[in-house]
Design a protein around this ligand. Structure first.
Ligand SMILES: NC(=O)c1ccc[n+]([C@@H]2O[C@H](COP(=O)([O-])OP(=O)(O)OC[C@H]3O[C@@H](n4cnc5c(N)ncnc54)[C@H](OP(=O)(O)O)[C@@H]3O)[C@@H](O)[C@H]2O)c1
Length: 265
């Protein structure tokens, strides 16, 4: 049961390497009520137990949501009657062959891009009512090549690395778009590179990862818990500092991408 004195933090993809570490490190502060937003019930139960037992924070729960599904995300938001102070969009996938979600949308675009987009849209009411609040979009330095004409790889050969880099560019661009929209409501929106961590996702891309999950979680946790006035909305961070982001400079391109994502209803 939610206790109204606590700050609510959602971490998507908390059954994965970096997401679990983000959840656990946020939960170390018992002022947080931590919600693991995940799709696999068995994994969810184990991670919830691990986070509770390792931190002593019993205010850790999970919610089962397919984050590639607009319908499931909006259903979840319509049922969430508590505040939301911190939304960490972290869940991502990078299948080696082209796959689609249950609505036929290419899976990386649906999960990594639209999943983040829909979470920000669907929970805007709770974020605004809980302000000052924040959104931390876990992106990557490994980003680029976004093709607005063919975001779903319908007219070009699918390559999981290309689709992934495009999705992480989109995370950084959409951070800027939502930061502008939320500015007057005191909802801060930032993106970041976490760390290079061995995970299913990095293995599917052909990488290993030389950092521990806790090291990979360090910047997202810092952004999630830093005093509100220390954050600069719309910015891209790495290693606990702002980095220049070439992708969010061109407002016209950012808005075009926003409009395309918004057309997926
Ligand atoms: N690892 C790195 O070196 C690295 C570097 C830069 C950026 N990143 C970013 O860090 C974030 C986390 O990556 P990771 O390395 O920790 O990956 P990971 O271990 O593979 O975890 C991915 C998480 O996303 C979840 N997920 C995937 N599709 C989902 C869906 N449709 N609905 C709900 N949950 C879904 C997975 O759930 P299941 O457990 O059920 O599969 C898992 O919890 C990603 O945004 C990634 O782009 C990672």
């Amino acid at each position: 049961m939610y206790d109204s004195g606590l700050k609510v933090a959602f971490i998507t993809g908390a059954t994965g390497a970096i997401g679990e570490a983000i959840a656990r490190n946020i939960a170390k502060d018992h002022n947080y009520y931590v919600v693991l937003v995940v799709r696999d019930e068995n994994k969810a139960e184990k991670v919830t137990d691990t986070v509770r037992n390792s931190t002593g924070n019993q205010n850790v729960i999970y919610k089962i949501v397919d984050l590639s599904s607009r319908e499931e995300i909006f259903q979840f938001a319509s049922e969430w009657e508590n505040p939301l102070h911190v939304l960490v969009n972290n869940a991502a996938t990078t299948p080696r062959s082209r796959q689609v979600n249950k609505d036929g949308i290419e899976l990386q675009f649906a999960t990594n891009v639209l999943g983040y987009f829909w979470m920000m849209q669907a929970f805007s009411k709770q974020l605004i009512e809980s302000a000052p609040s924040r959104i931390v979009n876990v992106a990557s330095y490994w980003a680029g090549g976004l093709n607005r004409e063919d975001l779903e790889f319908k007219n070009r050969h699918y390559n999981n690395d290309e689709a992934y880099r495009q999705s992480k560019q989109a995370n950084r661009m959409l951070t800027s778009a939502f930061a502008d929209r939320f500015a007057v409501q005191n909802v801060t929106v930032v993106s970041c590179h976490p760390g290079d961590v061995n995970s299913k996702l990095s293995n599917d891309l052909g990488f290993g990862g030389h950092e521990s999950p806790d090291q990979g979680a360090s910047t997202p946790v810092w952004l999630s818990t830093l005093p509100h006035d220390k954050l600069e909305s719309g910015k891209y961070y790495a290693h606990h500092r702002i980095e220049p982001c070439q992708f969010s400079q061109n407002k016209k391109e950012v808005e075009e991408l926003y409009d395309i994502c918004n057309s997926y209803t």
